[in-house]
Write a protein that binds this ligand. Structure first.
Ligand SMILES: *Cc1c(COP(=O)(O)O)cnc(C)c1O
Length: 383
C-alpha cells in the first residue's frame, strides 16, 4: 500500500493549462493574471473589499502591520497557538508580540486573555481562525474599538469561513490576510492575499509590496515623463505575486466551493465515525456559519491507550501521514527565550499541544483513503 500523505494540493488541467499559457505569453511575473486574481478574489468575498496578491501570507501580514504604522514600542496581541509567521512579522517592525492563551472550547484566542494584556501600547490585535473555525470577532472588534487598537486577522486557515453569516475578509477588521501555501484550502504554490476595506491601507501596502515604488507618483508624472520613469518613495519590500502563481490561483478560486463541500463531507464522516473513541473531536462551528476545515485536529484524551507521539508513529507504520498543529510559540526557543514565556501561562495551548494530532483531510482524498485512516485510528485506539 502506498503512503497516504497528510496533505496534498489538488491541481487540475485548467490550472496547468493556464500556467502553460502564462509561460508562453512572455509575461511571467506580476501582470494581467495577478490583477485578474485580485479582482476575482475581491468579487468572491463581496462587501466592498479590495484585494492585493502577495507572495505569501507572511508578507501580507507584514505589509498589514507596516501600513498600520506598527513600530518600536508598540504591542501586538496574538495567540501562542499559531504558526511562527503571526509573531515574526511583529518583530520585523521592531514591535513586541504579546502572546496569550487560547480557549478550551474553540482553540482560538481567549477573549479574557486579550483583556488581561490590553494596554494603551496595544496597537493591534491579531486573531487566528485556527483550523478554519472563526474567532469571536464580535468581542474582538468591540475590545479593539474600546482600546483604540487595530485588528488584523490571520486568516491563513479561513477560506471560506464565516462569522455570524459574514465571510472572513468582509468584517470590520482593518486587514485580513489569507494564505495560498501548498497545503492550505486553495493554493498558488506560494502566495497570499491581503484584503481590506480601507483605501489608505491598500494604497500603502501596494507601494510597499513593490520596493516602495509609488504608482501615484508614476501616474502623476506619466504624461510629462518618459515610460521608464518611476519614483521610489520608501524603502519597500519585494512581496508581489508572479502571474505564474496567479494563473494557478484563478482556477483554484473557481473551485473553492467544490473544494469546501468536499472538505466538509470528509469532516462530517470523521465526526460520525470517530465518536466513542478516547479522543475529543474538533470544536464545532456555530449553526449557520461555515468552517473552512483546513485542518481536522483531534485530541487524544487521558484514557487513550497510547501517547500522542506514539499514535503518530503507529499511523506512520500504517503508512498514513499525520501532523501536529501547533507546537505553540511559547515552546519555540526564540519566543520562549526572548520573552521569557512560561508554559504555566498558557495552560490550554500547552495541554492541547501535548494531545493534538491533525489527521489527513484534503480534497484529493478518496472514500477508500478515508476508510484507511479510520480503520487505522480505531485499530490503534482500541488497543
Ligand atoms: C500557513 C500559515 C501562515 C503563513 O502562510 P504563508 O503563506 O506560508 O506565509 C500564517 N499563519 C498561519 C496560522 C498559518 O497556518
Amino acid at each position: 500500500m502506498s503512503f497516504l500523505p497528510f496533505a496534498l494540493p489538488e491541481i487540475g488541467e485548467e490550472e496547468i493549462h493556464e500556467v502553460v499559457e502564462c509561460l508562453r505569453s512572455g509575461w511571467i511575473t506580476t501582470g494581467p493574471r495577478a490583477k485578474q486574481f485580485e479582482e476575482d478574489f475581491a468579487n468572491y468575498l463581496g462587501g466592498d473589499v479590495e484585494a492585493l496578491a502577495v507572495n505569501s501570507a507572511t508578507s501580507g501580514l507584514h505589509l498589514a502591520l507596516e501600513a498600520l504604522g506598527v513600530g518600536s514600542g508598540d504591542e501586538v496581541i496574538l495567540p501562542s497557538y499559531t504558526f511562527t509567521s503571526t509573531a515574526e512579522v511583529v518583530r520585523y517592525l521592531g514591535a513586541t508580540p504579546v502572546f496569550v492563551d487560547v480557549e478550551e472550547s474553540t482553540y482560538n484566542i481567549s477573549i479574557p486573555a486579550i483583556k488581561s494584556v490590553l494596554t494603551d501600547r496595544t496597537k493591534v490585535i491579531m486573531p487566528v481562525h485556527f483550523a478554519g473555525l472563526p474567532c469571536d470577532m464580535t468581542a474582538i472588534l468591540k475590545l479593539a474599538q474600546e482600546y483604540g487598537s487595530y485588528v488584523v486577522e490571520d486568516a491563513a486557515h479561513a477560506f471560506p469561513t464565516t462569522c455570524n453569516g459574514k465571510l472572513i475578509g468582509t468584517l470590520d477588521s482593518d486587514v485580513t490576510v489569507f494564505s495560498f501555501y501548498a497545503n492550505k484550502t486553495m493554493t498558488t504554490a506560494e502566495g497570499g492575499m491581503l484584503v481590506s476595506k480601507r483605501k489608505d491601507l491598500i494604497n500603502r501596502a501596494k507601494v510597499m509590496r513593490l520596493h516602495g515604488i509609488s504608482r501615484d507618483a508614476f501616474d502623476r508624472y506619466r504624461s510629462e515623463k518618459p515610460a521608464w520613469y518611476y519614483e521610489v518613495i520608501e524603502a519597500g519590500y519585494k512581496y508581489n505575486m508572479a502571474d505564474i502563481c496567479a494563473a494557478i490561483g484563478i482556477h483554484q478560486l473557481r473551485r473553492i466551493d467544490a473544494f469546501h463541500a468536499k472538505r466538509r463531507q470528509l469532516a462530517d464522516v470523521y465526526d460520525k465515525e470517530l465518536k466513542g473513541l478516547p479522543l475529543t473531536l474538533p470544536p464545532k462551528v456555530k449553526d449557520g456559519d461555515l468552517h473552512a476545515y483546513h485542518l481536522y485536529p483531534i485530541r487524544l484524551t487521558e484514557d487513550a491507550p497510547i501517547s500522542r507521539d506514539d499514535f503518530i508513529q503507529e499511523m506512520s507504520n500504517r503508512k498514513i501521514g499525520c501532523s501536529v498543529h501547533f507546537i505553540p510559540l511559547h515552546r519555540q526557543p526564540v519566543w520562549r527565550d526572548t520573552y521569557k514565556l512560561k508554559k504555566e501561562d498558557f495552560p490550554v495551548a500547552d495541554s492541547l499541544f501535548e494531545q493534538e494530532v491533525s489527521i489527513p483531510l484534503y480534497t484529493k482524498m478518496t472514500e477508500e483513503d478515508q476508510k484507511r485512516v479510520l480503520i487505522a485510528i480505531k485499530d490503534i485506539l482500541r488497543g
